[in-house]
Design a protein around this ligand. Structure first.
Ligand SMILES: C[S@@+](CC[C@H](N)C(=O)[O-])C[C@H]1O[C@@H](n2cnc3c(N)ncnc32)[C@H](O)[C@@H]1O
Length: 255
């Protein structure tokens, strides 16, 4: 991993660690995405039991809890960059693997690999998916969500530095694993949240830890310019908008 990557990973970690106490309640979109992933996994004909499951970027456990409720998981290992996520592992009796998903040692041949709303923070999410595809046990399942290019399009349009590096279309996720895995389902959705003001948008971002790549602190004048431009361009009858663009893939390794 190069120096620039190490620095930005450390920034992402600090940002999620800071938001750990507020994330679970504030991340309504991510909670919905986790629920959707589990539903899609069941609808795709996944077995009820897995002997060795591995989850990346577990955070406060939106996906972890739903997986544990919907499936019987023999050994469960959950990973996160932020040490605070150890609590999630304790809550469900899982092993905790702390560190960057790209560099920690993965358990051998899991038969389920899951991740919700994390891969967009990786510089090359498709290389990561290819690595999962080759690590899976024969017949094993992959269930992963990320975000597409329309994620936070308002912020991108205004030119803030909060954009995640690994925004990918569902077709890119599928293309990454197509040789090794059978694609069971891919999809995306576009959703707009609305807030009373641009300041409330920033508060939402802070509470959900997603401002990890903002590089410079606000000054009075940059903040004023941001709030003016945001209100001018994105005010609707329901308030100012913020777009979410979740994408996902479910695939199975050939037996
Ligand atoms: C948006 S949260 C999603 C948490 C949870 N999966 C959910 O659906 O609510 C992203 C999580 O990924 C973690 N994360 C970000 N980059 C990571 C990396 N390179 N390796 C492991 N975890 C990472 C963050 O610490 C954070 O807890």
């Amino acid at each position: 991993m190069d120096h620039v990557n190490t620095q930005s990973t450390a920034r992402v970690q600090r940002s999620f660690s800071r938001s750990f106490g507020t994330y679970h309640e504030s991340a309504g979109q991510q909670a919905r995405i986790a629920g959707h992933l589990v539903q899609e996994l069941r609808n795709s004909g996944a077995p009820k039991q897995f002997s060795s499951a591995l989850e990346f970027g577990c955070g406060t456990g939106h996906l972890t809890h739903q997986l544990c409720t919907a499936f019987e998981l023999g050994a469960l290992t959950i990973n996160d960059l932020s040490p605070e996520a150890h609590q999630t592992a304790t809550d469900v009796g899982a092993n905790f693997l702390c560190g960057d998903a790209e560099t920690v040692d993965w358990p051998d041949q899991p038969d389920l690999v899951a991740s919700a709303s994390m891969i967009q923070w990786l510089p090359d999410p498709t290389a990561f998916l290819r690595r999962i595809a080759s690590a899976l046990a024969p017949g094993g399942w992959l269930v992963v969500s990320g975000f597409g290019p329309e994620q936070y399009r308002e912020l991108v349009q205004i030119g803030t530095a909060a954009k995640a590096p690994g925004l990918r279309q569902p077709a890119d996720l599928a293309a990454a694993v197509q040789g090794d895995l059978e694609i069971m389902s891919t999809g995306e959705s576009l959703r707009q949240m609305h807030f009373a003001s641009p300041r409330k948008v920033l508060e939402h971002l802070r509470q959900t830890g997603v401002n990890g790549r903002a590089q410079r602190p606000w000054t009075r004048s940059t903040l004023a310019r941001f709030t003016d431009e945001y209100a001018q361009q994105f005010t609707t009858e329901a308030g100012v908008s913020l777009t979410y663009h979740p994408t996902w893939i479910i695939a199975r390794k050939r037996g």
